[in-house]
Design a protein around this ligand. Structure first.
Ligand SMILES: [Zn+2]
Length: 413
C-alpha cells in the first residue's frame, strides 16, 4: 500500500460510481419520456414502438450496471486483491519467472480471467435480453462455435504479438516503448487490412452484390464521389441478430463495402444509398485515418508513460504485485489505465459526434437527405434505439448525435 494504491482506489471508485449514476439517469430519463413519442417522429413511430425502445434501453442499462460492478470487482481482485501476484507465482512453478513463456502465460491468464467472468453476461445478453425483445437469432450452437473460433483466433494472433512485445521490452533498453509502439501500430494496420478479406469470412458468409437496383445505385454513387472499392458485399448478419448495419472495411483499393442483409431487407435501395453516402463521407473526410492516427498517438503516450513507470518499485507494490516484471507491468497498466482515463470519455464522444454531423453533411451533397432521414427513422424504430436519451448519458457515451438533432440538421435548408 502506498500513495498510488489510494490514488487508484479513488479513480476506480469515482469512475465506477459515475458509470452507475449515468446508467440510473438513463433508465429514469427514458422511463419518464416513454409516454409520448417526440414530435419529430410522431408520424413515423407508433407509441408501442417508442415504449418498447424505452424498455429495451432500460434493460440494457440495468445489465450494463451489473457489468460495471463485476468489471470493477475483477480489476480490484487482479490488482490490490493480489490475484495477479498469485497467478504469477502459480506460473512460476511451470516457467522460469521473467522468461517469455512465464510472461505470456501470465498475460493470457489475465485475459482468460476477464473472458470467463464476462461470459455469463454475454450469454444472458444474447439469450435472455435480446431474445425477450425479439432481436436474437443466435442458436446455442452458433454461440459456442463463435466462442471457439474467437478464442482460437485470439490465441493465433495474440500469442505472437505478446511474445514480440515482451521480447522487445526485455531487449531494447530504455527506448523499448518506442519499438513496441512501432510493432503495435504496424499490427493494427495489418489487422485493418486483413479484417474484411480474411477475418470476417471466418464468421460470416459474404455474397457479392453485382446486379439489381441497389448495385446500380451504389455504382453510380461511388462514381459521383470518385471512390474505388473492391466490391459490394451482402453479409448474413441475420443469423445472429435482427439489428441492421452497414460498414466499410479496409484501405486503398482493397476497401470493401459490407451491408448486413437485415439492413437491405428493411430499407429501400435509395435509403441504403443514402446510408452508404454517409459511410462514404467518413472515408472521404479522412475520419478513419484520423481515428487511426489519434489511436496511434494515444498508444505512444501510454507506452511512454509505462516506460517511465516500469522501473519504479512503487508502481508494482502500490498495485498489489510483489515481484516486478515486464508482463506484470503490462498487465497492471492495461487494468488501471481505463479507470484513470474514464473522464476523457465525453471528449472522445464529442469528437465522434462531430464526425457524424460531417458525414451527414457529405451525404446531403451526394445523396437524397430525405432518404437518409427515412432510413434513420426506420433504423431507430427497428433497433428499438431510444429517441429520448438522458442528455448527460448521451454526452458521455454516445458516438452518434441524438436522432432528433441529426434529423433537424438533415432537414435544415
Ligand atoms: Zn457515421
Amino acid at each position: 500500500m502506498n500513495a498510488l494504491t489510494w490514488l487508484f482506489l479513488l479513480a476506480l471508485a469515482l469512475a465506477t460510481a459515475t458509470r452507475l449514476w449515468l446508467a440510473l439517469r438513463q433508465i429514469r430519463h427514458v422511463g419518464a419520456h416513454a409516454g409520448a413519442v417526440p414530435e419529430t417522429f410522431a408520424d413515423a413511430i407508433p407509441l408501442s414502438a417508442h415504449r418498447k425502445a424505452a424498455d429495451y434501453t432500460a434493460a440494457k442499462a440495468r445489465l450494463g450496471m451489473l457489468d460495471v460492478a463485476i468489471g470493477a470487482a475483477v480489476v480490484l481482485a487482479l490488482t490490490v486483491g493480489g490475484l495477479l501476484q498469485a497467478l504469477s507465482e502459480a506460473w512460476a512453478a511451470a516457467f522460469a519467472p521473467g522468461s517469455l513463456a512465464h510472461g505470456t502465460a501470465l498475460l493470457l491468464s489475465v485475459f482468460f480471467v476477464q473472458a470467463i467472468v464476462s461470459l455469463p453476461l454475454a450469454f444472458y445478453r444474447t439469450f435472455v435480453l435480446e431474445q425477450r425483445f425479439g432481436f436474437n437469432r443466435m442458436t446455442l450452437g452458433l454461440f459456442l462455435a463463435d466462442l471457439a473460433k474467437q478464442t482460437a483466433l485470439a490465441l493465433a494472433i495474440g500469442v505472437p504479438l505478446i511474445l514480440a512485445v515482451l521480447w522487445l521490452m526485455q531487449r531494447m533498453g530504455g527506448y523499448w516503448w518506442l519499438y513496441v509502439w512501432l510493432v503495435v501500430t504496424a499490427f493494427t494496420l495489418v489487422f485493418q487490412l486483413i479484417f474484411a478479406p480474411v477475418i470476417l469470412p471466418l464468421f460470416n458468409k459474404l455474397t457479392p452484390i453485382t446486379e439489381g437496383e441497389l448495385a446500380g445505385r451504389v455504382a453510380r454513387l461511388l462514381e459521383r464521389c470518385g471512390f474505388k472499392s473492391s466490391g459490394l458485399y451482402l453479409m448474413d448478419g441475420s443469423k445472429r441478430s435482427s439489428h441492421g448495419n452497414a460498414f466499410f472495411a479496409g484501405f486503398g483499393a482493397g476497401k470493401r463495402i459490407v451491408l448486413f442483409d437485415t439492413l437491405v431487407e428493411r430499407l429501400e435501395p435509395a435509403e441504403v444509398e443514402a446510408v452508404l453516402a454517409h459511410e462514404l463521407g467518413h472515408y472521404k473526410l479522412h475520419h478513419i485515418v484520423k481515428m487511426l492516427v489519434l489511436g496511434a498517438a494515444l498508444s505512444l503516450a501510454g507506452l511512454f508513460i509505462l516506460g517511465q513507470l516500469i522501473g519504479e518499485p512503487w508502481f508494482y507494490s502500490g498495485l498489489g504485485v510483489r515481484t516486478p516484471g515486464t508482463a506484470a507491468a503490462l498487465a497492471l497498466f492495461m487494468l488501471v489505465v481505463p479507470e484513470f482515463t474514464f473522464f476523457l470519455h465525453p471528449l472522445t464522444s464529442l469528437y465522434s459526434r462531430r464526425r457524424e454531423y460531417e458525414a451527414d453533411a457529405y451525404a446531403r451533397l451526394h445523396a437524397d437527405a430525405r432518404c437518409l432521414v427515412q432510413a434513420l427513422v426506420k433504423l431507430y424504430k427497428d433497433n428499438a434505439a431510444t429517441l429520448t436519451p438522458d442528455p448527460l448519458h448521451s454526452a458521455f457515451y454516445d458516438s452518434h448525435p441524438p436522432a432528433a438533432m441529426r434529423i433537424a440538421r438533415l432537414r435544415a435548408p
